[in-house]
Design a protein around this ligand. Structure first.
Ligand SMILES: [Mn+2]
Length: 308
């Protein structure tokens, strides 16, 4: 018999991960009476803190010690390398995700739903809708914020009709202010207060691709030139690579409004892979793009082709 139940996302989760964990916890409580405590490992980013405050929701418990006999629901990931170290993988009973190339076999006891949609919050909203059960307006607002955040207000290529339908349904329960998306995106930065190392690790994920481990940091900023000019940018990337003992590491900067991207990478071997994968043209360790390049929908599938 399992002890406490927890629901959480990957370490240093984004708004989709945190809001979906809270939303799923509320779903479980209302439908089966089970108490899955939403928790966060790592730190909360500025945008998520903004969304929680906007809807008057308390910050989840941070970095708890998990008891050996706990039951775990995961949202927004099923990649072992993105989870807290020494996490009891066999205790995972449920997974809701929307990411390819995970490790489903690492979770032998989990019921897994992994659909190619824009946000895992869409899956949580669909669970409510299927009951049918209306979430309270706070929960609806959090799920809405998560979908808007993850689909970049429906402009990301991963956006599907299911995300739009979930959003329309949630909007009826919790109408969002017209400028909500804009204010939430503005809250993402706060970049100046972070060290380069903190900045690179704020939204950093590792992937196993064809026997290589690739670390990709992604930063959304309306002024990525400023980040690109940080004096310790290259040394910070090199430090991550050495410290994490991985094969490739690079930074992906995106400007959502101007629809531009910048890849930063100082290793010539990695640069060569990125050039083959994306047609990147590196000059002085930097490659610019006149369109948005997203880790999940652009980088991973293309890199997979050249690394396997
Ligand atoms: Mn997500």
């Amino acid at each position: 018999m399992a002890g406490r139940c927890y629901v959480f996302s990957y370490v240093n989760p984004d708004t989709d991960g945190v809001c979906s964990a809270i939303g799923y916890s509320r779903f479980k409580r209302s439908t089966s009476g089970e108490g899955f405590l939403p928790v966060v490992f790592g730190t909360l980013n500025n945008e998520t803190a903004f969304a929680l405050e906007h809807f008057g929701v308390e910050t989840p418990v941070m970095n708890p010690v998990l008891p050996q006999d706990c039951a775990i629901a995961l949202v927004d990931t099923h990649h072992v390398r993105q989870l807290p170290a020494h996490m009891p993988l066999a205790n995972v009973v449920e997974i809701l995700d929307h990411h390819p190339a995970g490790d489903p076999a690492a979770f032998p006891n989990a019921a897994i739903q992994n659909d190619r949609i824009g946000a895992v919050a869409t899956l949580v909203a669909e669970r409510f809708k299927a009951c049918p059960l209306e979430p309270d307006s706070t929960t609806a607002g959090l799920l809405l914020a998560a979908i808007i955040s993850n689909t970049l207000n429906f402009s990301a290529p991963s956006t599907t009709d299911r995300d739009k339908e979930a959003c329309a349904w949630l909007q009826k329960i919790a109408p969002a202010d017209p400028d909500f998306a804009c204010r939430m995106f503005e809250s993402r930065s706060g970049i100046d207060s972070l060290s380069t190392q903190e900045l690179l690790l704020a939204d950093y994920k590792e992937f196993s691709l064809g026997g290589f481990v690739v670390g990709i940091s992604q930063i959304e900023s309306m002024d990525f030139q400023k980040i690109s000019e940080r004096a310790d940018l290259m040394s910070s990337l090199e430090r991550i690579k050495a410290h994490r003992r991985i094969d490739h590491v690079f930074l992906n900067c995106i400007d959502i409004l101007k629809k531009k991207a910048l890849l930063v990478c100082c290793d010539p071997v990695t640069q060569e892979k990125l050039t083959r994968a994306l047609g990147a043209d590196f000059k002085n360790n930097r490659a610019y793009f006149d369109h948005i390049v997203l880790r999940k929908t652009d980088l991973l599938p293309q890199l997979k082709k050249v690394l396997f």
